[in-house]
Design a protein around this ligand. Structure first.
Ligand SMILES: Cc1cc2nc3c(=O)[nH]c(=O)nc-3n(C[C@H](O)[C@H](O)[C@H](O)COP(=O)(O)O)c2cc1C
Length: 395
C-alpha cells in the first residue's frame, strides 16, 4: 500500500499552459485512492473549466476569486491537508507566496497550513532564470518548501530551454518523499538486479527468468529515503518506472560485465545489495557465426564468474554492508544460510521460485542468528520492510 493512500492532498493549479498536465496528476493520485482537493487560481479557471477537475478529483473545486467570506473554508482546508502541491506553479504564485502575500484563497491557504508543501514550477526559461524568480525559489526553500525543478525541453513558446514541468512520475516520487524518513540521506547504495545473459552465438544466449523488479523496488525505496543510488541492471530490466528520477543506471549483459561494474563502484558505497540473478554457467566457447540447425547440439557450459566471491576478501577503506539474495527450489533456508556464510554476507534474503517476475513477493531475511519473515506483499512494501531491517540491523 502506498504511503500516500490515506493522505489528503490539496492541489493548487495556477495559470501555465502546462496546467492540463495537472489533470493527469489527479488521475494518478486518485488511482491510489488519495483524497484530492483542487484549488484553481482565478486566471487558471479562465483557461480551463473547473468541471474537468471536479469530475476527475470527485470533489468540490475551489476557485481563488470566489472566496466565500461567510465561511473560514481556507482554514478548514488548511487543517485537513496532509500536503499542498502547487502544480503547475507560475512565477506569479511563487512570488506571492515567497513574499507572504495572502490575497487569494490559494495563497491564504498556503500561509495558513503547516503541512509539507511541494512546488512544481513551469514557465518560459527567461522567466525561470530571472534572478527575482530564483531568489523567490531560494527563499521558499529556506522556509522548508520542496521543489520539483522544471526540466530542459521545447517549451510552449517554441524555444528550447529550462522551464518544462517535471514528469508526473518525478512529481509523484517527490510527493511520496515528503512523508518518508530520510534515514539514508548522504549514503551511497549500490544494487545489482535482473538477469545476466551469456551469449552462445551472435543471435542466441542463455539466461533466466529474473525480471529485476525486486532490485528496482529496493533502489526506489533507497532513493526515497535520501540515498544516492546506483543500479547495475541486466539488459532485460524495464526502467520505465525509474524514468526521470535521479539514479545512476548502468546496463550490462554478461556476468563479467556486471562484475566489472560492481568492482568499479563498490569502493565508495555504504550498502551493496546483490539482487541480480547472475548466470552460474556460461557457454565454454562463443561461436562467431550462427550455429546451423542440426538434430542435436551439445552445448558445453562452464562455471561463470562469481561476483560475491570476488568481493568476499576485498580490502575496503570503509566496508559496505553486503546483502545477498538466495533463490532456491529446495531447502531454501538451509541453502540461504550456507550462502550467507560462504560469501561472508551481512544479511541474506531467501526468495522462493514463486517470486520470479511477480508483483508480489514473500521473503525471509536472515543474518545467521535471527530471521524475519515478510508474508506475500506488494514488492514496494517488501522493499520498505527489507530496508527497515537493513538500516537498523534487525533492531
Ligand atoms: C497563454 C499563457 C500562458 C502562460 N504560461 C505561463 C507559464 O507557463 N508560467 C508562468 O509562470 N506564467 C505563465 N503565464 C503568465 C501567467 O498566467 C500570469 O503571470 C498570471 O498572472 C498568473 O496567474 P496565477 O499565478 O494567479 O494563476 C501565461 C500566460 C498566458 C496568457
Amino acid at each position: 500500500m502506498s504511503i500516500l493512500s490515506t493522505k489528503k492532498i490539496i492541489l493548487g493549479v495556477s495559470t501555465s499552459v502546462s496546467l492540463y498536465k495537472s489533470l493527469d496528476l489527479i488521475r494518478v493520485l486518485r488511482k491510489q485512492n488519495i483524497e484530492v482537493h483542487v484549488v484553481l487560481t482565478e486566471n487558471a479557471s479562465k483557461m480551463i473549466s473547473k468541471n474537468l477537475f471536479e469530475v476527475l478529483s470527485n470533489n468540490f473545486v475551489h476557485i481563488d476569486g470566489q472566496i466565500d467570506y461567510s465561511k473560514l473554508s481556507h482554514i478548514e482546508l488548511a487543517r485537513k491537508a496532509d500536503a499542498i502541491i502547487i502544480c503547475p506553479a507560475t512565477a506569479n504564485i511563487i512570488g506571492k507566496i515567497a513574499n507572504g502575500i495572502a490575497d487569494t484563497f490559494l495563497t491564504t491557504l498556503v500561509l495558513a497550513a503547516n503541512c509539507p508543501k511541494l512546488i512544481c514550477p513551469a514557465m518560459n526559461s527567461q522567466m525561470w532564470l530571472n534572478s527575482i524568480v530564483q531568489e523567490n525559489v531560494e527563499k521558499l526553500k529556506r522556509h522548508g518548501f520542496k521543489f520539483v525543478e522544471p526540466k530542459e525541453g521545447i517549451l510552449a513558446c517554441g524555444i528550447q530551454g529550462v522551464g518544462k514541468l517535471a514528469s508526473i512520475n518525478e512529481i509523484m516520487f517527490n510527493l511520496e518523499k515528503l512523508f518518508i524518513k530520510q534515514d539514508l540521506k548522504g549514503k551511497d547504495v549500490l544494487i545489482t538486479t535482473g538477469a545476466t545473459i551469456e551469449k552462445i552465438d551472435p543471435v542466441r544466449f542463455i539466461s533466466n527468468f529474473s525480471s529485476g523488479k525486486m532490485g528496482k523496488s529496493l533502489a526506489l525505496e533507497a532513493l526515497k529515503r535520501g540515498a544516492r543510488v546506483k543500479l547495475i541492471c541486466g539488459e532485460n530490466v524495464e526502467i520505465e518506472e525509474l524514468k526521470d528520477l535521479d539514479f545512476g543506471i548502468v546496463k550490462v549483459q554478461s556476468a563479467l560485465e556486471m562484475k566489472d561494474a560492481v568492482l568499479k563502484n563498490i569502493g565508495n558505497c555504504d550498502y551493496f545489495i546483490s539482487a541480480a540473478a547472475v548466470s552460474d554457467f556460461k557457454p565454454k566457447r562463443f561461436e562467431n557465426n550462427k550455429i546451423k540447425k542440426k538434430d542435436i547440439l551439445n552445448l558445453e557450459l562452464e562455471k561463470n564468474v562469481d561476483i560475491l566471491e570476488s568481493i568476499k576478501n576485498m580490502k575496503f577503506k570503509k566496508k559496505p554492508m553486503i546483502v545477498g539474495f538466495a533463490l532456491e527450489t529446495e531447502d531454501l533456508k538451509k541453502n540461504a544460510l550456507l550462502k550467507l556464510k560462504e560469501k561472508n554476507l551481512d544479511l541474506i534474503i531467501a526468495n522462493s521460485i514463486e517470486n520470479l517476475g511477480s508483483e508480489e513477493k514473500e521473503v525471509v531475511i536472515l543474518d545467521g542468528k535471527r530471521e524475519v519473515r515478510i508474508g506475500r506483499s506488494a514488492r514496494g512494501d517488501v522493499a520498505r520492510l527489507i530496508w527497515d531491517k537493513v538500516i537498523t540491523n534487525f533492531l
